[in-house]
Design a protein around this ligand. Structure first.
Ligand SMILES: Nc1ncnc2c1ncn2[C@@H]1O[C@H](COP(=O)(O)OP(=O)(O)OP(=O)(O)O)[C@@H](O)[C@H]1O
Ligand SMILES: [Mg+2]
Length: 291
């Protein structure tokens, strides 16, 4: 199943046959992904993805599946390409002129970079929640109703009302806003705004939700609420989450992918990544030796 399993890159003292301290191959020549990057039941399948910003390569030959109803966490030092890779998954990088993406990226077997594919419905199927809560300058109701309106998901006002209510409920925000649906979304607290953004994403019934550090602007209580929500959402959605918090990755994800300088170093069950990683770079990162 896994062609890309690389030998652990450790050095062995040929005389004593004792394993030296792992060598950290900082320039990463020849590194390949170790662990389990593929899923039995993939929702999204990425193969040999390379991304350039003009002449600068940001992602090197990354292959990864995201399984149905799985939560995959993406971790790694700043600048290693987590956001770049995540944005490839719903063609958000299309908005960056100098960005070029090669390789195969599929959603349920369909090439998402097919020139004939319309990105608007793609981004409804693969929704995104950003680092900084970014509600539209509209009412709470209209923020959530926005997607269903542009995608024509509700024929009548009562249907739209229902989508708005269930989306806010799923995002754990309904009780806090039901009496002020027509107040501006920007008037909510940061944590509430982020849940509003999650409600807005859910309102178009996505299959996959991409989250790029969704809690980094939030306090611990708001963060705990979002994490609880991710656990609930994973029953019905496939989720890829970028996080700088290893505790968060450990709490919310099934598998964790460790990126380093644009390469996917290791993918394994989350517990394994944080207790007994296969690659010394992963170990160096999780033990705080760099990053
Ligand atoms: N719009 C852009 N134009 C040019 N280069 C970019 C652009 N966005 C990202 N890069 C470069 O691509 C590389 C990967 O950046 P990316 O933002 O994906 O990293 P990251 O892992 O998400 O980092 P962080 O943890 O700091 O958010 C970096 O070298 C970055 O400078
Ligand atoms: Mg980032």
């Amino acid at each position: 199943m896994m062609e890309a399993i690389a030998e652990k890159q450790t050095t062995v003292d040929s005389k004593s046959n004792v394993r030296d301290e792992p060598v950290i191959d900082q320039d990463m020549t020849g590194a390949q992904t170790v662990g389990v990057p593929f899923a039995d039941n993939p929702k999204m399948s990425m193969r040999n993805v390379n991304v350039h910003y003009a002449d600068k390569q940001a992602i090197f030959d990354v292959s990864l599946d995201i399984g149905k109803n799985e939560v995959v966490a993406m971790i790694g030092p700043s600048g290693c390409g987590k956001s770049t890779f995540l944005r490839c998954l719903n063609r958000m990088n299309d908005t960056i002129d100098i960005c070029r993406i090669d390789g195969s990226l599929q959603l349920e077997g369909q090439d998402i970079y097919d020139p004939k594919l319309d990105v608007v419905p793609l981004r409804a199927r693969v929704g995104m929640v950003f680092q900084k809560p970014n509600p539209f300058p509209k009412s709470i109701y209209d923020n959530v109703a926005y997607g269903p309106r542009i995608h024509g998901l509700a024929m009548r006002r009562t249907e739209l009302d229902e989508i708005v209510e269930t989306s806010l409920q799923k995002a754990g925000l309904w009780n806090e806003v039901k009496d002020r649906l027509h107040a501006p979304g920007t008037g909510l607290s940061g944590g509430q705004q982020q849940r509003l953004c999650i409600a807005r994403t859910i309102a178009v019934s996505p299959e996959v939700i991409l989250m790029d550090e969704p809690c980094s602007a939030l306090d611990p209580i708001a963060t705990a609420k979002i994490e609880e929500l991710i656990a609930e959402l994973s029953e019905n959605y496939t989720i890829a989450i970028v996080t700088h918090s290893m505790q968060q990755a450990a709490r919310v994800s099934n598998r964790t992918a460790y990126f380093h300088m644009g390469k996917l170093i290791e993918v394994n069950d989350t517990e394994k990544v944080f207790t007994n990683p296969d690659h010394e770079l992963t170990e160096a990162y999780i033990t705080g030796r760099f990053g």
